[in-house]
Design a protein around this ligand. Structure first.
Ligand code: XIL
Length: 598
């Protein structure tokens, strides 16, 4: 207990005496009351070091016992190839509330960006599994960061580390008074701070929101003009017209688990009901992947899933023809590694087979998935072999949009995986320059922890790819390992930013229920089907804010004029005691309709 008191005092002293900022009162109180344990070595300066990999260059200067200066001189392919490593010496138990405290400021930064950036990770060595990921722009004024988080696993003494990647772009950052405190289970994360919920533009009145609404109004809605006439073609004034949207034209979709789609258990039935009430687009989660397709039972499952969806008029995106690594391809493919001709033929025959089998059942295809991290097949065949896969796919399906798909472009280091973004851009551009039939660029968007991409950064990234003139698809959104409140907060902002961008042509999630999700808490429904706050956000956006349902009254000319979200509509017109119901499609160019009353 004595050591704890001393530690608590030391924390308060270091922050009250030497800092530009003082700790917020609630954190001071919590420190006094709960006496958290210090997780870093006593002599922090002696223990920290700079990790430099893959040609990144930088420096670490230990200015005084409380102050570190980190410089990135030369970037490598990932920000984390240049990072400060701080060993965690204390022991951590899954569920513990931890708090990182530090003061940070930018001393210098590359002129192409508005400020410096830092990222905070807390991870377990060897497995590299993370309990914290947080990323923030850092101004040139010293700011106190108090980032609380929950330990996602047990970490034995000396097994953990906090890392501060800085290899985004050339910059120099100052870090002071770095601490990692463990409160055990005595206090909830959000009682300490909600700083981790803040990213550029998170505020309710952030300026980007106005712009987003304007863009949504312009790009996602169209004029809808109705004239109500009587049997003699005379306009009927003061007729009531109920304009009700029945379906979005914009695809809001999800990956679906094939076992749930064909199963008869109660959970399967609930799963399908929820799916149908929420989404108008789907993609098979695994059964159209090559490794599944070669198994007859899985292929059967794939086709049953497609039929179920098609019977309900729910279009399906095909995922994925090729995922070019050995372990994402059937085992026999690896046997062809020394036989390029055989390998080429096997891939082509698979493309032919699966595309033919799915003809009329899918509306687009991911031709190739994750080529940056799955290169085995390309190492044998050369990158331009991908061109042939697209050409073949076009030959088989001249009408279907063909996509390339990858992760870590919109997501990844809070939108600053610059090298990967560049490489994806060049890859697509190269294909277009060579006349390859490529129609769309997929952005997976698997977010986790607190390092999210700010909405305006989402736009910057999308703008760059949009200039290539292709459709941009959000193909695999999910958000895991954060509080439910933050999961909801970011879903709202990310969906809004994406829906507001004119080139984005779909928003597809990667699952919606924790009981069937590749990330255990990534869904909008908990395991017991409890509705999480993110479901409210989704419902509010898709079926309320971006949904048209209006009662109008015709003017003297029998007209109503309005604007509605693109999609399918039901119109109910009531005049002089008669009611007429009519359906209508509202496409981008708008719709005009005359309704003649009996
Ligand atoms: C995942 C599935 O969700 C898992 O069930 C499976 O075990 C592995 O693949 N990027 C992709 C998806 O393109 O196909 C992956 O799906 C998730 C990451």
């Amino acid at each position: 207990m004595k050591t704890r008191c001393v530690a608590a005092l030391a924390i308060l002293l270091s922050f009250s005496v030497c800092c530009a900022q003082t700790l917020p009162p609630n954190i001071q109180e919590a420190v006094v009351l709960y006496q958290p344990l210090d997780m870093f070595p006593v002599d922090l300066n002696a223990a920290v070091y700079l990790n430099q990999n893959n040609g990144s260059q930088g420096s670490l200067v230990k200015v005084d016992p409380h102050t570190l200066e980190l410089t990135c001189i030369e970037v490598s392919s990932k920000p984390l190839h240049l990072q400060l490593v701080v060993p965690v010496v204390g022991s951590i138990t899954k569920g513990d509330t931890l708090l990182i405290l530090l003061e940070a400021r930018t001393l210098e930064h590359d002129a192409a960006y508005e400020s410096g950036r830092l990222h905070l990770n807390m991870e377990r060595r060897e497995t590299w599994t993370k309990s914290l990921g947080y990323s923030s722009a850092i101004s040139d004024e010293s700011q106190l960061l108090a980032i609380p988080f929950i330990a996602r696993e047990d970490i034995a003494p000396s097994q953990g580390q906090v890392t501060i990647p800085i290899g985004y772009y050339p910059q120099k950052i100052q870090i002071q008074h770095l601490r990692l405190l463990n409160f055990g289970t005595q206090i909830q994360v959000d009682q300490l701070s909600t700083k981790q919920y803040e990213y550029e533009g998170y505020q309710a009145d952030a300026p980007w929101r106005t712009l987003a609404n304007e863009r949504i109004e312009t790009h996602r809605k169209a004029p809808l003009n109705i004239t109500v006439l009587d049997a003699n073609q005379n306009p009927i004034p003061e007729a009531n017209v109920h304009v009700q949207m029945t379906k979005h034209a914009f695809p809001f979709g999800t990956a679906v688990n094939e076992w749930r789609m064909i199963g008869q258990a109660e959970k399967d039935i609930i799963y399908r009901e929820k799916f149908e009430s929420l989404f108008n687009r789907a993609t098979n989660e695994t059964s159209l992947k090559w490794t599944s397709w070669v198994q007859p039972s899985r292929q059967e499952m794939a086709m049953q899933t497609l039929d179920w969806l098609n019977d309900r008029d729910i279009p399906v995106r095909g995922h994925t023809l090729v995922w070019p690594s050995w372990n994402k391809s059937p085992a026999f493919i690896k046997d062809l590694q020394d036989d390029p001709q055989g390998l080429r033929a096997a891939i082509e025959s698979h493309i032919r087979e699966i595309m033919t089998a799915c003809q009329g059942k899918v509306v687009e295809w991911d031709v190739v998935n994750e080529v940056h991290n799955n290169r085995d097949l390309l190492d044998v065949l050369g990158d331009e072999q991908m061109d042939e896969w697209f050409r073949l796919a076009r030959e088989i399906e001249p009408q279907l949009p063909l996509f390339i798909n990858d992760f870590g472009i919109l997501q990844g280091s809070a939108g600053y995986e610059l090298a990967k973004q560049e490489s994806y851009y060049q890859l697509v551009k190269g294909m277009l320059d060579r006349g390859v039939p490529l129609d769309g660029i997929g952005f997976q968007s698997h977010f986790r922890l607190y390092a999210v991409t700010p909405p305006t950064r989402v736009w910057e990234i999308l703008d760059r790819y949009a200039a290539l003139g292709l459709k941009l698809g959000i193909t695999e959104y999910d958000f895991a390992w954060v509080s439910e409140a933050f999961q909801a907060q970011y879903l709202k902002d990310y969906m809004t930013a994406c829906f507001a961008h004119p080139s984005v042509n779909q928003f597809v999630m990667w699952g919606f229920w924790d009981g069937s999700h590749w990330r255990e808490d990534g869904g909008m429904f908990a395991l017991d089907w409890r509705e999480k706050p993110s479901l409210d956000v989704y419902m509010d956006l898709v079926f309320n804010q971006w949904w048209t349902d209006e009662n109008k009254v015709t003017d003297a000319q029998g007209h109503i004029q309005t604007r509605g979200f693109l999609g399918e509509y039901k119109l109910t017109v009531t005049a002089n005691g008669n009611t007429v119901i009519q359906t209508l499609s509202l496409p981008k160019d708008g719709s005009s309709l005359q309704i003649v009353m009996p």
